[in-house]
Design a protein around this ligand. Structure first.
Ligand code: NOJ
Ligand code: NOJ
Length: 481
C-alpha cells in the first residue's frame, strides 16, 4: 500500500509538471496569488450560475448541478444563505444585480417559510425544513429534519441586505418584505428571528444532516442571529423584540460553554444526542471552525482567538493529518509546502454518494482552515499580542516549533510574536495550496477529494465549495501582508 501510494504520488507529480508546462494558463497557475485571483473569479461565476437557474424559481440556489448520485439539485436553506452571503459581500462588482439577486432570494425564502412540509406547517415548525425543490415545492421524503441553523444563517444574510436598503431610501420594501414588527410575523427576517428565539433550545439535526441533538455549530448561528437581530430589531422600531432576542442570545452564549470538554481538550460538536448517527465517538468536528467563521464575532467568546477554539483547531489538524493517505505528500508541483487535507470529522463514512464508505477531505473544510488562520492572524495583530494559556500552548508551539513553557504573553516586536504572525499566514497559504492541488480543470471543485488518490468526488461543482473560497479570499485580502 505504501509503495502503491508513493508510486501514485510520483505519477501525480509528474502529470502535474506536464500539465503546468503545456497548459495555456501555466503562467497564471504558477503563482499562488494569480491562482487565488482567477479561482475567485471562477467561483463567483459558478455562484451566479447556481442562482435562479432556468428550471428553478427566481431566488433559488442549487447546491450543485448534480441531479443523480448524488442528487443535490435542491435549494438547501443553509447552503443558499452562505452563498448569498458571498454574493452580497462581493456586491461591489455588480451592485444593482447583487441587490436584485438578494431581493429575489428574500421573496423565495418567504415562500419557503410559508410552505407546509414534513417539518411542519408553513410559518410554524415548517420554518426548520432543510431543503426545498428548486421550484419551491416541499421535499416530501425522509430526511434529517428540522435543521435549525438554516433560519439563523438566512436571517444573518438578509439583515445585511435590509440594513443597506434602509440607508438607501428603500424603507418601504424593507418593511413590506424583510422586517416589520407585527406578530404573527409576515416578513422573512422577523419570522426567522422569532423561530430561532423560540426554538434554539430544542434538539435539531446538525449541519451534516446526520445527528439530532444540541450542536455547537447550530447554537453559534442562533446566537449570532439573535445578537445581531436584537440590534437590527431596535433600529426597526421593535424594542420589545430586541430585548427578547438579546435575552435569548445571552442564554445561548451561556449554553455554549458546556461544549468545552476539559478532559478531551477540545470543543465537542454535539451534546445530548437524541437520534441519528451514533458512531461519532471523538465528537471532534470541523463544524466548530465553521461555526466560528460563520457566526463568531470579535470581542465575544468563541471567536478565533478563544483558546478553546484554538485547541480544537489544533486537534482537528492532527487527526486529519493522520487520517488521510494523501497527507503523506506535503509538497506541491513547485515543491512548496501543502498543509493537510481536511474533512468533516474523523469517523465520517459519507463518500459524497454513499454512507458505507470512508469519508474524504472536502474543499469547503480545507478552505475553512485557511480562513480561520488568516482571521486569527488579523485578530492577534489588532491586539498586538498573543496570549498563551495551557490550552492554546500546544497549537502555538507546533506552529513555530518553539517551547513556550512558562510564557503567558508575547507582544509585538518579540521575535516569537512575529514568528507566530508570519507562520499563521504561511500556514494559511499552505492550506490554499492543498485546495489548489486537488482542484480540477477550469477551477472545478466538487464536494470532496479522495483521501487516497486525491481526485475529486461527490457532488460536482458544489456551490458551497465556491462560496467558501470566496469567503476565504475576502478574509485573506483583508489581513495579508
Ligand atoms: C446526505 C447528507 O447531505 C450528508 O451530509 C450525509 O452525510 C448523508 N446524507 C448521510 O446521512
Ligand atoms: C451535505 C452536507 O452535509 C450539508 O451540510 C449540505 O447542506 C448538503 N450536502 C448540500 O450541500
Amino acid at each position: 500500500m505504501q509503495n502503491l501510494m508513493r508510486r501514485w504520488l510520483g505519477g501525480a507529480l509528474f502529470l502535474n509538471v506536464l500539465f503546468v508546462s503545456v497548459s495555456p494558463v501555466s503562467a497564471a497557475e504558477s503563482s499562488l496569488e494569480a491562482w487565488i485571483r482567477s479561482q475567485s473569479d471562477r467561483s463567483l461565476d459558478r455562484v451566479y450560475k447556481a442562482i435562479s437557474p432556468a428550471d428553478g424559481a427566481l431566488g433559488s440556489v442549487m447546491a450543485s448541478p448534480s441531479r443523480s448520485e448524488p442528487n443535490y439539485y435542491y435549494h438547501w436553506i443553509r447552503d443558499a444563505a452562505l452563498v448569498m452571503r458571498e454574493v452580497w459581500a462581493f456586491r461591489k462588482a455588480e451592485p444593482k444585480l447583487s441587490r436584485q439577486i438578494l431581493m429575489d432570494f428574500a421573496l423565495f425564502s418567504r415562500k419557503n417559510q410559508t410552505t407546509s412540509n414534513w417539518s411542519g406547517e408553513g410559518d410554524g415548525r415548517g420554518v426548520g425544513e432543510p431543503k426545498f425543490h428548486m421550484d419551491g415545492k416541499p421535499f416530501n421524503e425522509g430526511w434529517g429534519r428540522p435543521q435549525n441553523d438554516g433560519p439563523a444563517l438566512r436571517a444573518l444574510t438578509l439583515i445585511g441586505l435590509a440594513d443597506d436598503m434602509m440607508m438607501s431610501g428603500k424603507e418601504a420594501w424593507v418593511y413590506k418584505h424583510l422586517y416589520s414588527p407585527e406578530l404573527p410575523a409576515r416578513t422573512v427576517i422577523k419570522k426567522d428571528l422569532e423561530y430561532v428565539a423560540h426554538t434554539w433550545h430544542e434538539a435539531s439535526f446538525d449541519l451534516w444532516e446526520e445527528v439530532k441533538g444540541d450542536h455547537f455549530y447550530t447554537r453559534m448561528t442562533q446566537w449570532r442571529a439573535l445578537e445581531d437581530g436584537a440590534i437590527f430589531a431596535k433600529k426597526m422600531g421593535d424594542p420589545e423584540a430586541a430585548k427578547f432576542y438579546r435575552a435569548q442570545a445571552i442564554q445561548i452564549m451561556e449554553s455554549l460553554d458546556k461544549f468545552w470538554s476539559s478532559g478531551k481538550g477540545y470543543l465537542l460538536t454535539t451534546r445530548n444526542r437524541v437520534e441519528g448517527a451514533d458512531d461519532k465517538h471523538s465528537n471532534l468536528d470541523i463544524a466548530i471552525v465553521l461555526g466560528v467563521l460563520h457566526a463568531g464575532k470579535t470581542g465575544f467568546p468563541f471567536f478565533v482567538d478563544d483558546d478553546r477554539v484554538i485547541a480544537t483547531v489544533h486537534e482537528l489538524e492532527l487527526i486529519f493529518d493522520y487520517a488521510y493517505a494523501i497527507n503523506r505528500n506535503r509538497k506541491n508541483e513547485q515543491n512548496l509546502p501543502m498543509a493537510p487535507a481536511i474533512g468533516r470529522y474523523p469517523e465520517d463514512r459519507y463518500d459524497g454518494n454513499r454512507t458505507d464508505q470512508k469519508g474524504n477531505p472536502w474543499f469547503l473544510t480545507t478552505h475553512a482552515m485557511a480562513e480561520y488562520l488568516m482571521l486569527l492572524k488579523g485578530e492577534l495583530q489588532s491586539r498586538g499580542q498573543v496570549k498563551i494559556t495551557e490550552i492554546s500552548r500546544p497549537f502555538y508551539e507546533d506552529l513555530v516549533r518553539k517551547d513556550f513553557t512558562g510564557k503567558r504573553k508575547l507582544v509585538e516586536g518579540d521575535p516569537s510574536y512575529e514568528a507566530i504572525i508570519s507562520a499563521l499566514q504561511a500556514r494559511a497559504d499552505a492550506f490554499i495550496r492543498r485546495s489548489k492541488f486537488h482542484t480540477g480543470e477550469a477551477g472545478r471543485q466538487s464536494e470532496q477529494y479522495n483521501r487516497v488518490h486525491g481526485h475529486m468526488q461527490g457532488a460536482a461543482n458544489l456551490t458551497w465549495s465556491y462560496a467558501s473560497f470566496l469567503s476565504l479570499r475576502r478574509i485573506r485580502d483583508r489581513y495579508y501582508d
